[in-house]
Design a protein around this ligand. Structure first.
Ligand code: ME8
Length: 506
């Protein structure tokens, strides 16, 4: 077994909605990190799943005339299907209605209870059903939910409470001592000022509906959906039974989430874990939100980007590339077909696609498709002398989740190679029989560079990378960053094939 261990999670998505671009974004980003870590020879646990309990799902099922589990069974298929289409390489898919999860939630509850941090009381406050969140009077904005702006309901009920207030100081101290715990920085600051305003105890059970995990010892209550959902991160790594697996993977290296659910992950979750005496995740990274053509995405505006249709129309790798290239990870971004088209035509079809087709085309034309590694170095201005720097920057950006800068840097290298072709003008060298070895060296170097680009792009565009390798005649799979070394392949047998990316017309 590998010693390098890496555990990354996505949120588990509510089954009352079908998957949209937002869900796809988080999941693709997590996939890019998981694939990168595997290239770096890590034993990766990458998990996703669905959040199936709670009032919101119960209400939604009522409106569609299904039972909650029927609704969940139907919608979970949509998520799994989409992850297949988007080449998401998760290792485990958790549904909160599974028996293993109930066991984990009960165990976590018992640990917190044993600490004396759960007590029975009476709850009265505003509740936002879409957010599954209680809101105090002072948090309301114009009488509505401060997060989503929708109307809230007044709820009074008997409830069990978690002594979250007790952990305020410990949590602040943890955040201070672990500067990477909440990222990006701006989001961390928001969390810190929220905590400093004072943490209340948290109601963690409900009696007003029944779709959830029953509270151990008081079956009238169901466990609050966020207590239930957050525990999924423990369930998937074997908690509580499989202690070997649990100690191997927990704590998680990254919980990747959208900024909308940061408070649950950066305040509630760590305090639950502190109470249970379990280690905290190493990093919680909150990315930004997508708007569409400058507007908030919403069902009523009818502008929700459907990832199935986008992939059908443009291809999976174009979608993956666009989402990670367009917006610095952590900031909000805007989805528009015109900027997608612009990137496809410029960066994918022109810069990368052309480099591959002109390089393989010349090997076909001048060497009947077979290029051998030259014996001597004959080329000046060799772009591969910059390879160490490229790989160094690549790792730095990937570790920092700076995907757009990483891609930008790879494209700088692609640009450098395109300029190298123009400067060397192999079509001129080909006319002079005495320059045959120099021509071979130039073309070998280009093909070798394309192999390396295939490795670097693999986390982002796995299908494209594999296709590039196939065109270069490499039979092995892309497995390790070690594959991004220059000059180890003795012979390439290339085929030019169709353009890698089709240009998109207006
Ligand atoms: O919150 N832009 O599930 P959810 C970017 N079940 N990302 C977006 C987005 C947008 N416009 N809209 C949604 C839940 N997302 C809970 C999570 S975890 C223990 C429980 C993404 O189905 C983003 O990652 O509402 C956000 O955090 C997630 O979808 C919310 O998914």
């Amino acid at each position: 077994m590998k010693d390098n261990i890496f555990y990354i999670t996505t949120p588990i998505y509510y089954v009352n909605d079908v998957p949209h671009i937002g869900h796809a974004y988080t999941t693709i980003a997590a996939d890019v990190i998981a694939r990168y870590k595997r290239l770096m020879d890590f034993d990766v646990l990458f998990t996703t799943g669905t959040d199936e309990h709670g009032e919101k799902v119960e209400k939604s099922a009522k409106s569609t005339g299904e039972t909650p589990i029927e609704l969940a069974n139907r919608v979970v298929g949509r998520f799994k299907d989409l992850w297949g289409k988007l080449d998401i390489s998760f290792n485990d898919f958790i549904r909160t209605t599974e028996a293993r999860h109930k066991e984990a939630v009960n165990a976590l509850f018992d640990m917190v209870n044993a600490k004396g941090d759960i007590y029975k009381g009476e709850y009265e406050d505003w509740y936002c059903v879409p957010c599954e969140n209680f809101v105090t009077d002072t948090q309301l904005v114009n009488g509505r939910c401060p997060d989503c702006g929708r109307p809230v309901e007044k709820l009074t009920e008997e409830s069990y409470f978690f002594r979250m207030s007790k952990y305020q100081g410990m949590l602040l101290e943890h955040i201070e001592r672990h500067p990477d715990f909440i990222q990006p920085e701006s989001k961390k600051n928001e969390v810190v000022s929220f905590i400093k305003k004072g943490l209340n105890d948290l109601s963690i059970s409900r009696t007003s509906f029944s779709w959830g995990i029953k509270l151990p010892g008081d079956e009238k209550h169901v466990i609050y959906v966020w207590f239930d959902a957050l525990a999924n991160y423990l369930t998937v790594c074997g908690f509580p039974e499989d202690t070997e697996r649990f100690s191997r993977y927990w704590p998680a290296d990254i919980h990747l989430i959208g900024k909308d659910i940061l408070r649950f992950h950066a305040v509630y979750w760590p305090t639950f874990l502190m109470a249970a005496g379990l280690p905290l995740p190493k990093k919680i990274f909150a990315h930004g939100w997508w708007t569409v053509d400058g507007q908030k995405m919403s069902k009523s505006l009818g502008n929700v980007v459907n990832p199935y249709e986008t992939v059908e129309e443009y291809g999976v790798d174009v979608f993956r590339y666009f989402l990670l290239r367009e917006v610095p990870f952590g900031l909000d971004g805007d989805f528009s077909v015109s900027s997608l088209r612009h990137r496809v035509n410029g960066e994918l079809a022109n810069d990368l696609g052309n480099l591959l087709s002109r390089s393989t085309g010349m090997v076909e034309r001048y060497f009947e498709g077979v290029i051998d590694r030259p014996e001597r170095v004959l080329v000046d201005d060799d772009p591969l002398t910059e390879l160490d720097a490229v790989i160094g920057e690549y790792s730095e950006y990937m570790e920092g989740l700076e995907f757009s800068r990483c891609l930008e840097m790879i494209w700088k290298f692609i640009g450098r190679l395109n300029r190298f072709v123009d400067a060397k003008a192999p079509w001129v060298l080909a006319k002079d029989p005495e320059k045959r070895e120099e021509l071979r060296a130039v073309l070998y170097l280009l093909i070798d560079s394309l192999k390396i680009i295939g490795v670097l792009l693999y986390p982002f565009m796995p299908k494209t990378s594999v296709e590039m390798w196939q065109r270069l005649g490499i039979k092995e799979g892309i497995e390790s960053i070690e594959d991004a070394q220059a000059g180890i392949t003795k012979r390439y047998r290339v085929t030019k094939g169709e353009p890698l990316f089709k240009r998109l017309e207006d």
